[in-house]
Design a protein around this ligand. Structure first.
Ligand code: ZN
Ligand code: ZN
Length: 151
């Protein structure tokens, strides 16, 4: 929370009670929620807050580095209060996003053809695949199927 107030002050963003509530609802959240998820949570405290306000606040937070956004193809934008350098695994079956840390990925070398015309600020890797839970569920379904066909 101290970092939050410090960054608000640095960027002249007023720490209004609604903004504080939006940030608090994200704090320690590792599930990478969408703006809709955050809106549902904050609505419990501020029933009149609009999704638009939540959306704009989250974008503003990410612009000044209070939170990270994860560009996510096919699932809209997701938000992450963890601003440490890290990368993401996206499950294509259940849509979950998991964190992973890898120092080599943090130091990814950019190809010269990219840096020639483009200045890279952040390097975040999103790997897509199937998570352990979905893999286990799939395996269980298969074994059930096999039992059924035997009978
Ligand atoms: Zn999954
Ligand atoms: Zn993350």
């Amino acid at each position: 929370m101290d970092d939050f107030y410090a960054l608000c002050k640095k960027f002249n963003l007023r720490a209004t009670p609604q903004r504080v509530a939006i940030y608090e609802s994200l704090l320690n959240d590792t599930t990478h929620p969408s703006a809709e998820n955050v809106h549902q949570r904050v609505k419990k405290i501020y029933p009149n807050i609009s999704l638009d306000t939540v959306n704009r606040t989250l974008l503003c937070f990410s612009e000044i580095g209070i939170i990270q956004t994860i560009p996510c193809s096919g699932c809209g934008r997701k938000y992450d209060p963890n601003t440490k350098a890290h990368h993401h695994l996206k499950c294509l079956t259940c849509g979950s996003i998991f964190d992973f840390y890898d120092a080599r990925y943090d130091r990814l070398m950019m190809p010269a053809k990219v840096t020639k015309d483009f200045t890279v600020f952040t390097k975040r890797v999103v790997l897509s695949g199937v998570c352990r839970q979905c893999k286990q569920k799939k395996r269980r379904n298969y074994s059930h199927g096999r039992i059924r066909t035997k009978n």
